[in-house]
Ligand binder design. Structure first.
Ligand code: ZN
Length: 465
């Protein structure tokens, strides 16, 4: 497996810390609002990576955290009149719901910040003991960036670059120093710790969780792969790496992977620009699998320009896969190794080259349709084809739905019920050999634009477009 390491800036042959195992950590959401397309892209990329690694025989432990305590959550709670717990709970649920709809599998571990305070306190204590952290007069604790000679080596920045995203606090030794712990002196949300009541700094969360839940062996690195969106490289990942390095004497991850930005209408998606596109809105208009197929269709390192025109074109490509699945509906076969599987894993094993993977799928569909036209009874071919299609489902996570239901997306419930009732009446008419009634119902369905297909698995319908 070749992976592009965004710190070393080159493609590297992946070698796990422990033979046959992979530890992967991806920064998860801060649960104060609904997930947007940027969240979706990141979740899909690392879902794909996990699936590819598993198909290559690795046992993957994948951790993605939930930041369930943060100023943004507190502000949302204050403005909505709900508790911090209620806000965190609501948006953790909505995150899960949206990602489930995209076919993103849940991680092996999903630690919550509020349940990992002791792991964070332990890391702060180590940093204080080793003089990599200091306390200011109000009780806040800061990481001393000047004490880490490798600080900024991850993002490869110059120390004199303007560090605009850190707060200005007069007692800080250096502008770049960041909070590990914020003391709380009023009645807002606080956790007990050896340093008094307070809340942990956001950067600390991932480092502490990785140490507590995911560390592999005793070697030079805590885990194999750390991933996230490109916007996290600095300062978030830089700070994570510094904390781990200074607290533990080992580096955080052997490989760093970052996915590109999602832009909408050519502009980087951000709340301040007002072009943030919530996933739940996209899911109302499109099947989750259509969005999955589209969002995965370009290479993860490039920026993704979301626009509806491309999405519709992309859907047509996925439709072809489902049309083929219709032709094979109800057929089963024992899954075997195929040349297609080897080829698919080879291209995806090259730093997740999805363009080549999608091209392989296009070719497979074209040749399959041809074979099914010319040699529809070829059982051996059918087994190869069904095995190849099941591989697409396993590794890329699409093509696994009932093809008839896939084409019914977006049809309102009332119409669906009407069609289902007509089909039911037609099957009763057929059973009782009332062919005149059965034909009348069929005509009625045709008038509605519905095509009916009788299979060994039952009767299915689709809208003729
Ligand atoms: Zn993180």
């Amino acid at each position: 497996m070749l992976l592009y390491d965004s710190v070393k800036k080159t493609k590297l042959e992946f070698k796990p810390l422990i033979e046959g195992k992979v530890s992967l950590y991806v920064c998860g959401p801060t649960v104060y609002d609904d997930a947007h397309l940027g969240h979706a892209k990141s979740a899909l990329v690392f879902d794909l990576l996990t699936r590819v690694l598993e198909a290559q025989g690795y046992a993957v432990t994948f951790a993605r955290n939930i930041t369930d305590i943060d100023d943004k959550i507190i502000n949302k709670a204050l403005s909505s009149g709900l508790s911090v717990e209620q806000i965190a709970h609501e948006y953790t649920d909505s995150y899960h719901r949206d990602m489930d709809a995209l076919g993103v599998r849940r991680p092996t571990l999903e630690p919550k910040a509020t349940e990992s305070i002791d792991a964070m306190a332990e890391m702060i204590q180590k940093l204080l003991d080793k003089k990599h952290a200091y306390t200011i007069s109000n009780g806040d604790i800061y990481f001393d960036t000047a004490s880490d000679k490798n600080y900024l080596s991850l993002s490869n920045r110059q120390s004199n670059e303007n560090i605009s995203r850190v707060e200005k606090v007069s007692e800080k030794r250096c502008e770049a120093d960041f909070a590990l712990w914020k003391a709380v002196h009023d009645d807002s949300v606080a956790f007990d710790s050896p340093f008094g009541l307070g809340r942990p700094g956001w950067h600390l969360e991932c480092s502490a969780m990785i140490e507590r839940y995911l560390r592999q062996g005793e070697g030079k690195y805590a885990i194999d792969i750390h991933g996230g969106g490109a916007d996290l490289l600095f300062p978030h990942h830089e700070n994570e790496a510094a904390q781990t390095r200074c607290a533990t004497n080992h580096e955080l991850a052997a490989y760093w992977m970052h996915n590109g930005f999602v832009t909408v209408g050519g502009e980087k998606m951000s709340k301040s620009l007002g072009n943030s596109f919530f996933l739940k809105d996209a899911l109302k208009a499109y099947d989750g699998e259509v969005l999955r197929f589209y969002l995965l269709s370009t290479h993860y390192r490039g920026d993704f320009n979301f626009n509806e025109e491309d999405l519709i074109a992309s859907k047509k490509r996925l439709d072809r896969l489902y049309r083929l699945k219709k032709r094979l509906f109800g057929l089963t076969a024992e899954i075997i190794e195929t040349e297609f599987k080897t080829a698919l894993l080879e291209v995806l094993g090259d730093d997740l080259n999805v363009s080549k993977a999608y091209a392989l799928i296009d070719e497979l569909i074209a040749s399959a349709n041809e074979m099914l036209d010319t040699a529809p009874k070829d059982k051996a071919y059918r087994q190869i084809l069904l095995s190849s299609l099941s591989m697409i489902e396993t590794v890329l996570g699409f093509g696994g739905k009932n093809p008839f239901e896939y084409f019914q997306f977006g049809i309102d419930e009332e119409t669906k019920n009407k069609i289902d009732t007509l089909i039911e009446q037609r099957s009763v008419a057929k059973k009782t050999k009332d062919f005149a009634a059965s034909d009348t119902i069929r005509d009625e369905l045709t008038a509605l634009g519905v095509g009916v297909m009788d299979t060994s698995e039952g009767t299915f319908w689709e809208m003729k477009s």
